[in-house]
Design a protein around this ligand. Structure first.
Ligand code: NAG
Ligand code: NAG
Length: 238
């Protein structure tokens, strides 16, 4: 009985600590408290949701195919240190990209005087080259094409910024960010185009492709099997 109680109280302490640290990470840490207050209203979670459009090349590897499609992007300039501040490129991955989220990158942007731009991944959200996603239309959906999308966009954006600032052949330092799949893109972008970035942050980047990755499901299964008894134990305690 004593052992059970001790076990239960240590579990409880552990769960409480975990909850506190999760809460602290989400609500203090790098994110300003203003964000917490604004979280009730949806658009406050974004620095911008204003859509901009870029004419992107459909096939970067064919000299004959000149088709283009409309790719959606966003820009945020409030923290930009004119004219030579860095440009943060937030890479969007395998989902709709609805704006530039107000997260830790905005804190970094403020600190470093950076502009933030974000490009939607081809075939997602509003950046689909085709109306129908039948198999033959999917042939231009690859990470390689997506990497060249980013490179072409980066060049276009730097040029248009130079035009706006009335100058030519000036390069701002570009830093790329990504999480999970877009984290992998972020790392690959830096490797493939070292002359186009000064650095890359690849958060939880999935850089190693595994065919028929059943171990992944097994791992998720194990985590659930570990966590449920703990949660159950703390519920029984209350
Ligand atoms: C850009 O440069 C040109 C030529 O030097 C000058 O006439 C023009 O006023 C400048 N525009 C801005 C917005 O600074
Ligand atoms: C994937 O792996 C599992 C387990 O090793 C196996 O049963 C299954 O046949 C594999 N599927 C394919 C498509 O290779």
């Amino acid at each position: 009985m004593r052992t059970t109680m001790r076990l239960r109280s240590s579990t409880l302490v552990w769960v409480v600590l975990l909850t506190i640290s999760t809460f602290a990470q989400q609500h203090n840490g790098l994110v300003p408290s203003r964000t917490l207050l604004n979280q009730l209203s949806g658009s406050a979670n974004y620095l911008t949701m204003e859509e901009l459009w870029f004419q992107q090349t459909l096939d970067h590897f064919s000299p004959y195919d000149h088709r283009r499609f409309q790719q959606r992007y966003y820009e945020f300039f409030d923290y930009f240190r004119l004219p030579d501040g860095p440009i943060f490129l937030k890479i969007c991955g395998e989902s709709s990209c609805n704006g530039i989220a107000n997260d830790y990158i905005s804190v970094l942007a403020k600190k470093f005087g950076a502009a933030v731009v974000s490009l939607e991944h081809r075939y997602y959200g509003k950046s689909s080259p085709f109306n129908s996603l039948k198999t033959e239309n999917l042939r231009y959906l690859s990470s390689k094409q997506a990497l060249y999308d980013l490179a072409v966009f980066r060049q276009y954006y730097q040029k248009s910024l130079d035009l706006k600032l009335n100058r030519s052949n000036v390069e701002n330092p570009w830093f790329v960010f990504g999480i999970s799949y877009s984290g992998a893109l972020s790392a690959w972008f830096r490797l493939k185009f070292p002359h186009l970035t000064c650095g890359s942050l690849a958060s939880s980047a999935v850089v190693h492709a595994v065919y028929n990755f059943t171990e992944f499901d097994r791992q998720v299964n194990t985590i659930l099997a570990l966590f449920f008894p703990l949660i159950y134990a703390s519920i029984t305690f209350f």
